[in-house]
Design a protein around this ligand. Structure first.
Ligand code: GLA
Length: 405
């Protein structure tokens, strides 16, 4: 489990037992549910590169979404969440064809996707409904990919229920399709890949231009991954995120004529931008993207040669670029990064996820975790009057069914 620094958190078994109890209370007595889990993720390198065709380097974390799941004898689907009192209910034949602007759009998108696959196999008439309670131990909207975690976990549970026999890539594709085609988020490919292809003690190197990937080992004897939550959640972040996607598309449209054969912004060389400055926000967004591509490759080299100090320095440079060129930071995130790197025991730190609030990820020297958490927590409290949750995350083995006792 992710360990809250300074106190022991509840173990996974206790959390799952609570979740099972909550399921039976909420959805009624009957057979015990099965429980599926998918992790969240934290991204270390390649900030805002996935939708620009660049490389990213995330890792899954040992916190995520619980899906407690029970088949029904009829064709009704019921979706409930520990975070909401409303239960969505519909017949499999009359599922909404448009998103409802609610949390259950994500599992609905996955459900529609899997139902289509069942129909392709000519088995639609025989399938039964199910009821599910979503929950887990991942903060929502904190940049740790709660939506991809929920989509992948739902895909896995439904795959088991309907006996489709999908492999991890199949789950990833379903999750991605649900978010893009049904929910309508213009997201890149990083999150479901990071969740679906998780491997403990490894980062995922994912090249978002051709979706090729590899697992890169990281030495957790030497470093810990710490995450500090600013507590800031921005309602309008989705609109701002989509604006960054559009600004990058504009940058590419204006630069591609000077870059032979370029298929995405990642392919444009930095000196092309220097020779043809774009000016304004679009120019600053492009400069972040092109310098970040260089940092991601440099970080992979540093990881391979065991140069943790270099990796950390690159992370902190990324934060400055996200703050000054991409405009996705905020005072709380900046303070967390400054407090982390301004002292012993931290190799580097940056905001993770889309930004506009959420979390900072820190590469911490093994053994220094408590002192770093103390320093960062105090500096944050002195300025903002509250202590930020700071946790250490372990890696995770990816989506799975968890047997309950
Ligand atoms: C969000 C998106 C990801 C990625 C990051 C920024 O988390 O869901 O696809 O674009 O922002 O790196």
């Amino acid at each position: 489990m992710g360990v809250p620094l300074g106190k022991e958190g509840p173990g996974l078994e206790d959390l799952l037992a609570d979740h099972e109890r909550a399921f039976l209370e909420r959805l009624g007595p009957g057979p015990r549910p099965r429980i599926f889990f998918a992790p969240g993720r934290v991204n270390l390198f390649g900030a805002h590169l996935d939708y620009n065709g660049g490389p990213v380097m995330p890792t899954a974390i040992d916190r995520g979404t619980f899906v407690a799941f029970r088949p029904r004898p009829d064709r009704v689907v019921r979706l409930a969440s520990t975070l909401d009192d409303e239960t969505f209910e519909a017949d499999l034949e009359s599922l909404p064809s448009r998103p409802q602007g609610r949390w259950f759009d994500y599992p609905l998108g996955v459900l529609r996707e899997l139902r289509a696959r069942v129909a392709e196999r000519g088995r639609a008439a025989g399938v039964r409904g199910w009821e599910v309670l979503f929950g887990g131990n991942l903060p929502i909207g904190a940049g740790l990919s709660s939506s991809a975690s929920m989509c992948v976990a739902t895909a896995h549970a439904l795959d088991a229920h309907w006996g489709l026999g999908m492999d991890p890539m199949g789950l990833v594709e379903c999750a991605l399709h649900a978010e893009r085609a049904f929910v309508g988020v213009q997201c890149g490919i990083m999150d479901p890949y990071a969740v679906g292809l998780a491997r403990p003690n490894h980062l995922l190197w994912l090249d978002c231009k051709d979706a090729s990937w590899a697992h890169l080992p990281i030495d957790f004897e030497r470093v810990s991954i710490g995450v500090a939550d600013s507590g800031v959640r921005r309602e309008l972040a989705q609109g701002e995120f989509n604006r960054r996607v559009q600004e990058c598309a504009q940058a590419f449209a204006r630069l591609r004529g000077y870059a032979d054969g370029a298929e995405c912004l990642r392919d444009v060389e930095l000196d092309v931008l220097d020779a043809h400055p774009l000016g304004g926000d679009v120019g600053r967004r492009a400069r972040h993207v092109l310098t970040e591509v260089g940092r991601a490759f440099a970080a992979r080299d540093a990881l391979r040669s065991g140069d943790v100090a270099r990796m950390g320095a690159l992370m902190t440079e990324t934060h400055a670029s996200l703050r000054d060129l991409y405009d996705v930071s905020c005072p709380e995130l900046d303070l967390l990064v400054d407090a982390a790197v301004d002292g012993e025991g931290v190799y580097g730190a940056r905001l993770t996820g889309a930004g506009f609030g959420g979390c900072v990820v820190m590469l911490i020297e093994r053994g220094a975790e408590e002192s770093v958490a103390g320093r960062v927590g105090e500096r944050f409290a002195a300025r903002f009057g509250r202590r930020p949750p700071i946790e250490l995350f372990g890696g995770d083995e990816g989506p799975r069914e968890i047997p309950i006792r």
